[in-house]
Design a protein around this ligand. Structure first.
Ligand SMILES: Cc1ncc(COP(=O)(O)O)c(C=O)c1O
Length: 392
């Protein structure tokens, strides 16, 4: 099939929900991805933080191959050997006690929202309010778009889920004003990703913890993008020294295979009981095998440390470019441009063999895999520098 035939067929048969880049990708290995013309690209998007281990990590590929021939799916009516094994690995790697598995980030947040609602309702019928931040992103299901503090994602889909309040991010006073005894949860991303990479301040997250404790509300961190090494910590909450009651994960968790997770600790842990929540596919043997391999590889290969060292190096090199601001944590980086040239820069980078993620008119987001090297970074920064200079 020629590229044109692929684009035509995509247009004819696939629902028009994505503004596609003009590329047909056919193969990936490590940090590299190839299009159908045989051209190779340094992938600094990583499937929007999914391919944290790079493309087709050998241990993940091997685990999927092997498990696919043994047992792919049962039902959560039955125990399998791999789901509790993965849950144990996650619990032992974090501050959490138990895990609910699902298939995506939005679903992990739905689980968190339901836990929060039941937690509140058990205390008082009015304790159902959930506070979330403006410019956040939590996914596309109805609960998750309601939690997402961006009107552009909500406007066609009202009525939304009732009981949500929005506050400006990093604004301690606004959170103090909004939270009260009727709040059952506060949901925050430690670094807002989708709106252009905005890290929380340490004071803000510490205040959120204290405020939740005083009003007996659950603190939920959406670590779907920040989790599993992306920020140079296994989880971003470690960097902030603030432990939430619930943490949601997806993206890098399956090393490219779809799986999501909602982790709880303390009182949040035994809220859901049989019949309250479920997922047909959640944590099935194939997904669990992929995630066990991915998590083991992150640890064995020292990828969290690499993300920290390479994140510092990449940010240092980017700060030499003529841009307004470089912000981020580890390998989750937003470049605020001087001019509204993000799309032109994105296109020029693609042309020169580098995938980046333009956000709006003036931001470029970089999410290279955790395996990135100094050499990859030097090559990417050179391409970006030329693209920024050419865009003026
Ligand atoms: C912070 C955050 N939460 C939730 C989601 C939604 O995840 P999914 O697309 O897997 O539902 C995303 C996806 O980009 C995200 O970045």
């Amino acid at each position: 099939m020629s590229s044109k035939e692929v684009f035509d067929s995509d247009k004819q048969y696939v629902m028009n929900t994505y503004a596609r880049q003009p590329l047909v990708l056919v193969r990936g290995e490590g940090i590299w991805v190839w299009d159908d013309q045989g051209k190779q690209y340094l992938d600094f998007v990583s499937g929007i933080a999914v391919n944290g281990l790079g493309h087709c990590h050998p241990r993940v590929v091997e685990a999927i191959r092997e498990q696919a021939g043994v047992l792919m799916h049962t039902s959560n009516l039955y125990c399998t050997q791999l789901q509790p094994k993965l849950a144990k690995m996650l619990v032992e790697s974090s501050a959490f006690d138990k895990v609910f598995f699902c298939n995506s980030g939005a679903e992990a947040n739905e689980a968190a929202i339901k836990i929060a609602r039941k937690y509140g309702k058990q205390k008082s019928p009015d304790k159902v309010e959930i506070i979330t931040a403006l410019l956040s992103f939590h996914g596309r299901t109805m609960g998750a778009i309601t939690a997402t503090g961006q009107e552009k994602y909500q406007k066609w889909f009202a009525p939304l889920v009732p009981g949500f309040k929005y506050v400006p991010y990093n604004d301690i006073e606004a959170l103090e004003e909004a939270i009260n005894e009727n709040t059952c949860a506060v949901i925050l991303e430690p670094v807002q990703g989708e709106s252009g990479v905005h890290p929380a301040t340490v004071e803000y997250l510490r205040f959120a913890r204290t405020a939740c404790d005083s009003d007996d509300a659950l603190l939920i961190f959406d670590e779907i993008q920040t989790g599993l090494g992306r920020t140079g910590n296994l989880f971003a909450y470690e960097y902030y020294g603030v432990v939430p009651d619930i943490m949601t994960l997806a993206k890098t968790l399956g090393g490219g295979f779809p799986i999501g997770a909602c982790l709880t600790r303390g009182e949040a842990t035994n809220i859901l009981q049989p019949g309250d929540h479920a997922s047909t596919f959640g944590g099935n043997p194939l997904a669990s095998a992929a995630a066990i391999a991915a998590l083991s590889a992150i640890k064995k290969d020292g990828l969290v440390e690499n993300a920290k060292v390479m994140g510092d190096y990449l940010q240092k090199e980017l700060r030499k470019l003529p841009v307004e601001e470089v912000r981020g944590l580890g390998l989750m980086i937003g470049i605020q441009l001087n001019n509204p040239t993000a799309k032109a820069i994105g296109a020029a980078c693609t042309e020169n063999g580098l995938l980046v993620n333009p956000i709006g008119d003036s931001i470029i987001r970089l999410l290279p895999p955790l395996i990135v090297t100094n050499e990859d970074i030097d090559q990417a920064v050179e391409i970006l520098k030329n693209a920024i200079q050419a865009a003026g």
